[in-house]
Design a protein around this ligand. Structure first.
Ligand SMILES: NC(=O)c1ccc[n+]([C@@H]2O[C@H](COP(=O)([O-])OP(=O)(O)OC[C@H]3O[C@@H](n4cnc5c(N)ncnc54)[C@H](OP(=O)(O)O)[C@@H]3O)[C@@H](O)[C@H]2O)c1
Length: 257
């Protein structure tokens, strides 16, 4: 007896096509968020990018394919108003993240840093999910973004580890609470974006060299790699409540920047 299904009976594979869908990427004007916006657009979606800056298309032609919205996710009322004004969407991605309050030895800190970082990363993700949630259809999805430090802390980065872990827990909890809307988190490793401009050029070059030498994928992660993963999470109908590593294998090796 053959177990191979004929073309006629073989179930259709989920498609990566987003034609006719609206995708909103918060933090989508630069870096990883921009990579996600570009991947969603390439898959056929109409894409809205939202963040604090208003960037002219003349200066930033990479933003030409997208509708742009100005939004500060630290401000709950602004987030509520933005999603009220935006109307229906199919998929939400929250890729925004600032570095305010992210660094410092725990015993040297007071609560200002962690408050600022948590307000942005955790409460900002919470607010976007809360006010986009009612506008998402049953086939819709929410994708949140953290980083490898969620699972593997680095010295001096307790605020980041804790806020990322809270975002991942939020994702699992919302998958349960908002189902059938699917909710997932992407956990990138090193991705070569302007995020690293806080380092001197020499230090950034040294980090890139370490990544190429040590990470099992032997290359620098690109925003497009995360974009590819995000389109998968938007389109696969059975993936929810998960954290997807897009790390080049970073979690398998010892390294420090
Ligand atoms: N790059 C990496 O290697 C890496 C690795 C792991 C995790 N991550 C995480 O991934 C996220 C994105 O990083 P990235 O590399 O794409 O850096 P990025 O280019 O600096 O992007 C951060 C984006 O967040 C937006 N943003 C910050 N605060 C905001 C606010 N209050 N309201 C709305 N938007 C806000 C910024 O836009 P505006 O300035 O216009 O508001 C910017 O577009 C961060 O959370 C970062 O920690 C990055």
């Amino acid at each position: 007896m053959t177990t191979i299904q004929s073309e006629q009976t073989r179930p259709a594979l989920p498609s990566h096509d987003l034609t006719g869908k609206r995708v909103v990427v918060v933090g989508g004007k630069t870096g990883i968020g921009l990579g996600i916006a570009q991947a969603a657009h390439a898959a056929g979606a109409s894409v809205t990018v939202a963040s604090r800056r208003s960037a002219s298309v003349a200066d930033h032609p990479e933003l030409a394919p997208f509708e742009q919205i100005s939004l500060d996710i630290d401000d709950e009322e602004a987030v509520r108003a933005a999603f009220d004004a935006m109307g229906a969407l199919d998929h939400l991605v929250v890729a925004a993240g600032s570095t305010d309050g992210s660094w410092g030895a725990f015993m040297d800190d007071d609560m200002r840093g962690v408050r600022s970082y948590t307000t942005n990363k955790y409460l900002g993700s919470w607010a976007c999910a809360r006010y986009a949630g009612p506008r998402l259809p049953p086939h819709g999805s929410i994708t949140l973004l953290t980083g490898g430090i969620a699972a593997r802390p680095k010295l001096g980065m307790t605020s980041v580890t804790s806020a990322f872990a809270a975002v991942e827990a939020l994702g699992r909890s919302l998958a349960l609470e908002l189902g059938p809307i699917r909710v997932n988190t992407i956990r990138p490793g090193f991705i070569d974006t302007d995020f690293w401009t806080f380092l001197s050029e020499a230090d950034a070059a040294a980090v890139r060299e370490k990544v190429r030498a040590k990470f099992p994928a032997r290359r620098l992660g690109q925003a497009a790699d995360v974009g590819h993963a995000a389109v998968f999470l938007m389109t696969n109908p059975y993936v929810t409540g998960t954290v997807l590593d897009v790390t080049g294998g970073e979690q398998l090796v010892d390294w420090a920047f």
